[in-house]
Design a protein around this ligand. Structure first.
Ligand code: MG
Length: 179
């Protein structure tokens, strides 16, 4: 039996709220006078989760794989970023154990949309919906989020990885060269 190892990753993202954009959070389009500005659909929750998964793999962040200068990602549904993150997990023989996340928004109230968000996130990541948590909080009217200028999200991902990390990592190579 191959021993496994739990890897953890963290993700954070923020996008400005502007007029004339759709508000998409966790793949759910929410009726609101303003939406999040960004190159893709600016789904801040999916972006934070994507970075958490990539972080658990020790990979570069979402901007590395999907640069906002690339016209291919213009206006796309952020679901494709999660599909790619999940593909990278599977390619390493890993399994996502769970995702925890928090949306930080002064408005709108996102709680009614959370069940649908969880379904979307679980589907994109190829995991059971019970392995996905989405929480929401306001910013108590403090700072740019509290003034409604933007919405932030943070996420943690844990991944069950095969124990194959004995090969010298880049850092260890560098240290060896320094000795
Ligand atoms: Mg983003």
């Amino acid at each position: 039996m191959v021993p496994a190892m739990v890897h953890t990753g963290i993700g954070y993202d923020v996008h400005p709220l502007v007029a004339g954009r759709k508000l998409v959070l966790g793949g759910v389009e929410i009726a609101h006078p303003r939406g999040l500005e960004g190159h893709s659909d600016a789904d801040v929750l999916m972006h934070a989760i994507c970075d958490a998964v990539l972080g658990a793999l020790g990979e570069e962040d979402i901007g590395h794989f999907f640069p906002n200068t690339d016209p291919r990602w213009r206006g796309v549904a952020s679901r494709i970023f999660l599909l790619e993150a999940a593909r990278q997990v599977a390619a390493r023989g890993g399994k996502i154990i769970n995702i925890d996340s928090t949306i930080i928004a002064q408005e709108p109230k996102v709680y009614p949309y959370v069940p649908e968000m969880k379904i979307n996130l679980a589907a994109a990541l190829g995991i059971n919906v019970r392995r996905v948590a989405v929480k929401a909080t306001t910013n108590e009217h403090l700072g740019f989020i509290g003034r409604g200028e933007g919405i932030a999200a943070m996420a943690v991902a844990t991944i069950d990885m095969p124990f194959v990390d004995d090969a010298p990592a880049k850092t260890a190579d560098t240290v060896t060269e320094m000795i």
